[in-house]
Structures are given as C-alpha cells and as structure tokens.
Design a protein around this ligand. Structure first.
Ligand SMILES: C[S@@+](CC[C@H](N)C(=O)[O-])C[C@H]1O[C@@H](n2cnc3c(N)ncnc32)[C@H](O)[C@@H]1O
Length: 304
C-alpha cells in the first residue's frame, strides 16, 4: 500500500461538511448553463487513514503527518477531498488538483486513471499559489464558468494573495480551513517577539501586518514597568474576525465559522465559506451550523 496520509478522526467532520456543501452547490447549478470547476489547492493524495488511538489527539499534531505504519492504530480508510468532490452526484465539469508532494501526486495520478473517461481532471504538481494563478489567469471565463476552491493547507501556508485572486474572478466560492489552533496560535509567543520568518508567513497569510494589532497590545504599568507587548485575552476571536472580515470584503459574503475540535473537545481549526452569492451563503450557513450543533453536543459530552 502507498504511504497514505494518516489523519485524526476530526478530518471526517471536515470532509462531511465539504461533501454536503459540494452536493448543495452542484444541485443548485445543475440545470444552469455554467461549466463548473472544482479546484483543490492542497489536494492530498485522495485517501487517508483515520487514526484511532486517542493518545495522539493533541492539537500540536498536524492534520496529515507521515507516521510509520507500525505506530498507528488504523481503523478506517476514508476518501480525501479529491475523491469526495469526484463522487458528488452531479459532478463538476472539470477538476483541478494542486499538490506539491511527489508521492501524493502519484496517488492522484492513480485517481485520475480510475476516473478516466468520466471526469476531466488536471493534476498540477506545484504550489497552491502557482496552481491558483494558473487557473485564475488562463482556465476560466466569467461568461462561462462557475467554481469552488477548497483551501485546506497545513497550517498557515495559504497566501492571502491567492485567496484574492480567486475572489477577483467573481466566479469562485471558497471553503477555507482557517487553522487557528493547529498552526497560527503556535506562531504567536506571549512576548510578541516573533521570529522574522513566522511574521513573514503571517503577513502573507493575512495579507498585511493587521494581525499583530489584533493579538498584541502595549504592556501598561506592571511592577517594573517594562516596555513591550502582551497578548490580548480575546486575541483568537479577534484573528478569526479579522480573517472573516477580509473574506467578506473580497468575496461579498462570508459564512458563520464552523469550529472543528478533536475528540477531547479541544479546538483545532475553523471551516469558513466565502462567495459572491447570497444563495451560497444560505447553503453554507445551514451546512456549517449543523456541525456547530454537533460539536456543541460533543463539547457537552466532554465536559460532563
Ligand atoms: C491538510 S492536507 C490536505 C488534505 C485534503 N484536502 C483532504 O481533505 O483530503 C494538505 C496537503 O497540502 C499539501 N501541501 C502543503 N503545502 C502545499 C503547498 N504550498 N502547495 C500545494 N500543496 C501543498 C501537502 O502535501 C498535503 O497533501
């Protein structure tokens, strides 16, 4: 078996929400004249193994991590986002899978062979940023196309410039994994002294330095009155609202966030939808709020 990605159980919740939204989208557009395009900018290999051993359910574990087979109590093979999208009842006219890991690209080539003749698939062995540039610059026309891009990075390696390119087409909706607890919070030390490389990544992710103000304020008073910064208590929510506001400004509409937690109830990341149409917003809000009520129940069970 190829080196299939290993994911936490929470990945199923993410993929289920994606599936529901793609289904909704495809039904709405079914009898319309558009050619539809699905772009998976951080595609993965098309399948994943769900990790069952809860001992590893730590928020510091990335979504997809290369664990040796012997270390993992694997119970279930699930379809990753490319297969979820390929299997929607009313398929898209075209699929573009972007992936920069050579082994994952090989897995995607096998998916392409499997769906040969029934789906039009392009596999781009490149970065999400280059893949999105290619799609938005040359592969679509506002007169003929409508599309969805799934933006599911490892952490904070999604560039705001790419999100903006998708928004500027006027035809794309996006479903974004906003990796607040899994990645972004870990790049924000209490002192405000952020390594230059992390600050650069966060600037690229948020599209400006505005994130800093949302997280830190100047320290006031204190025993030694030392100058410097301290973290705001509500900084996580402020970052989420900053990103949502940016999505709304770029696309026109942004959904309520859906928080994905691990099985112990710890927050991991948010799923957000943004797009140019109110109909999409209604569908996304409905689907994403289903998840929130589920996670509230699970949170209550954890607290009990
Ligand atoms: C979280 S996983 C994707 C999971 C997949 N969307 C799913 O739900 O089945 C992120 C994937 O993005 C790939 N990746 C990481 N950085 C990338 C980049 N800058 N451009 C393209 N792919 C990238 C990784 O190799 C990995 O397969």
């Amino acid at each position: 078996m190829p080196d299939i990605a290993v994911v936490g159980p929470w990945a199923k919740e993410k993929l289920e929400a994606l599936e529901r939204y793609l289904d909704f989208y495809a039904k709405v557009l079914k009898n319309q004249r558009w050619r539809t395009i699905y772009v998976d900018a951080f595609a993965g290999g098309g399948r994943a193994l769900v990790r069952a051993n809860s001992a590893q359910e730590d928020e510091s574990i990335p979504l997809f991590e290369p664990e040796p087979a012997s270390d993992v109590d694997r119970t279930e093979l699930i379809d990753g986002s490319p297969r979820v999208a390929l299997n929607v009842a009313n398929p898209f006219s075209r699929y573009v899978f972007v992936e920069n890991d050579p082994a994952r690209c090989e897995e995607l080539e096998a998916v392409k062979v499997e769906f040969d003749g029934t789906r039009q698939i392009d596999i781009l062995r490149t970065s999400a940023a280059d893949g999105i540039s290619w799609v938005t610059a040359r592969q679509i026309s506002k007169a003929t196309h409508r599309g969805i891009a799934f933006l599911d990075p490892f952490g904070a390696n999604l560039e705001w410039a790419s999100v903006e390119k998708l928004a500027a087409t006027g035809i794309f909706e996006v479903v974004v994994n906003f990796a607040l607890s899994m990645a972004i919070q870990r790049m924000l030390p209490n002192s405000g002294e952020i390594p230059a490389a992390w600050a650069k990544t966060l600037d690229a992710y948020f599209g400006s330095r505005a994130w800093f103000e949302e997280v830190y304020r100047e320290r006031s008073g204190g025993l030694f009155n030392t100058p410097g910064f301290e973290k705001r208590e509500e900084y996580a929510d402020r970052l989420l609202q900053l990103y949502r506001a940016r999505l709304k400004a770029a696309f026109g509409h942004v959904s309520t966030p859906r928080l994905i937690r691990n099985s112990k109830g710890a927050p991991l990341y948010y799923l957000l939808w943004a797009g140019p149409h109110t109909k999409g917003l209604q569908g996304a809000d409905h689907i994403l709020s289903m998840g929130e009520s589920l996670s509230k129940k699970r949170g209550a069970a954890v607290a009990a």
